[in-house]
Design a protein around this ligand. Structure first.
Ligand code: NAD
Ligand code: DAU
Length: 350
């Protein structure tokens, strides 16, 4: 039985990953370590909280003692580091927090794993650290071309710069100590359990509440969208089959501009749920500072080397996602009203 230490497992991708892995593998133990920031939500994991193959630990990845204690208590095989401050707009307002969590937290985790796994002759067999990184570390593309693993890092926001800095620390642990590790760099994810501050759930939530739909700048910035389960599948495959020390880009060639995304959501809700929701809700607002124009991943390496391919088309995934949020309006309501903070204090008696 393999033991996975998953950090940030109460967040968007982390909680989808925990679900994905428990569905797919019967013989694993997942330890979910999460600080439960505003973005961490144990409600996302309520259906599996009593699963004997799952353990939740509330801890901060920057807390050296707490992290080392985890490696003493459990014989961890895989570390999957999702824990991060993840929202670009917040990073523009609060860069120090991003440096702390995303860089210092990563180094704290790397070091604890190294101390637990290193032997006189290298590292124990079967161990691996996986850093969940992002395509944003490559910066912004013009009209042509794609991000490849060899594309130089050129991050712009405090968020992407902190993720690139973390990637360089991860690289250093391979180059210096030959620690068994991989980095994945995925494009924009969408799907259930994403905090409604990010474009897709924010627009759905605002449509539901008939609030203005804020579009930054001219709405023509392009993101490369991937359904979250396809990202989870890629991480699972990189853990199992990825060549030690390698970086893998993850993406499904689903480039769409922001205005297209917003109009797709409006049109589905207009046609199926509420005909009063229409494009008059769109409100062009001031552009994000340093707003990257276009992201586009070249996923050839993970496809050729590991046999990964995305299973959910954008057209299927976006409808599935809109329906999920519409069926979980109270979840969105709790998160956006701040009510969840009290909810968890009572729920977990913390
Ligand atoms: P999220 O903000 O939804 O979740 C982050 C989780 O980390 C939360 O549960 C939060 O409580 C936890 N956390 C934050 N600080 C912590 C700390 N100090 N110690 C322990 N836990 C802490 O983020 P997400 O969108 O799920 O992203 C997860 C990871 O994937 C991030 O590393 C992000 O950079 C990366 N990523 C995200 C996307 C995307 O489109 N969302 C794409 C590529 C990569
Ligand atoms: O590319 C991967 C990255 O995708 C991840 O590393 C980040 O953690 C994740 O947050 C995401 O970053 P983006 O900045 O691309 O996502 P966001 O949803 O914040 O914005 C998507 C696009 O929509 C971007 O061009 C900004 C625009 N936008 C966003 C919001 C919240 C708007 O026009 N209006 C909005 O209100």
């Amino acid at each position: 039985m393999k033991t996975y230490l998953v950090t940030g497992g109460a967040g968007f991708i982390g909680s989808n990953f925990v679900h994905y892995m428990l569905r797919k593998h019967k013989d694993i133990h997942i330890i979910n370590v999460d600080k439960l920031t505003y973005a961490g939500n144990l409600e996302n994991l309520k259906d599996i909280e009593k699963n004997p193959n799952y353990t939740f630990v509330k801890a901060d990845i920057c807390d050296k003692e707490a992290v080392e204690a985890l490696f003493q208590k459990y014989d961890v095989d895989y570390v999957v580091n999702f824990a991060a401050e993840s929202h670009v707009d917040r990073s523009i307002r609060e860069p120090e927090l991003f440096a702390k969590t995303n860089v210092l937290g990563t180094v704290t985790l790397l070091n604890a794993a190294k101390n637990a796994w290193e032997t006189e002759n290298g590292f124990k067999e079967g161990k691996k650290y996986l850093q969940v990184s992002t395509d944003e570390v490559y910066g912004s593309l013009g009209k042509e071309g794609y991000f490849m693993e060899t594309t130089p890092l050129d991050p712009h926001s405090p968020y992407s710069s902190s993720k690139a800095s973390a990637d360089l620390m991860v690289k250093a642990y391979y180059d210096t100590y030959k620690m068994p590790l991989n980095i994945t760099r995925c494009s924009n994810n969408y799907g259930p359990y994403q905090f409604p501050e990010k474009l897709i759930p924010l627009i759905i939530n605002n449509c539901v509440n008939k609030k203005p739909l804020p579009i930054y700048g001219d709405g023509m910035n392009i993101r490369d969208w991937l359904y979250v389960d396809d990202h989870c599948k890629a991480i699972d495959m990189v853990l199992e089959k990825g060549t030690i020390g390698q970086v893998y880009n993850v993406g499904g060639h689903n480039e769409r501009n922001n205005i297209y995304i917003v109009k797709t959501i409006i049109s589905f809700i207009h046609d199926n749920i509420d005909a009063t929701v229409d494009e008059t809700l769109i409100k062009y607002v001031e552009d994000r500072k340093g707003h990257d124009r276009r992201y586009g991943i070249d996923p050839q390496k993970i496809k050729t080397d590991l046999g990964w391919y995305p299973e959910t088309t954008f057209e299927m995934g976006i409808i599935k996602t809109i329906k999920w949020y519409l069926q979980n309006k109270e979840w969105m309501e709790r998160l956006t009203s701040g009510e969840y903070e009290n909810y968890y204090k009572n729920y977990y008696k913390m």
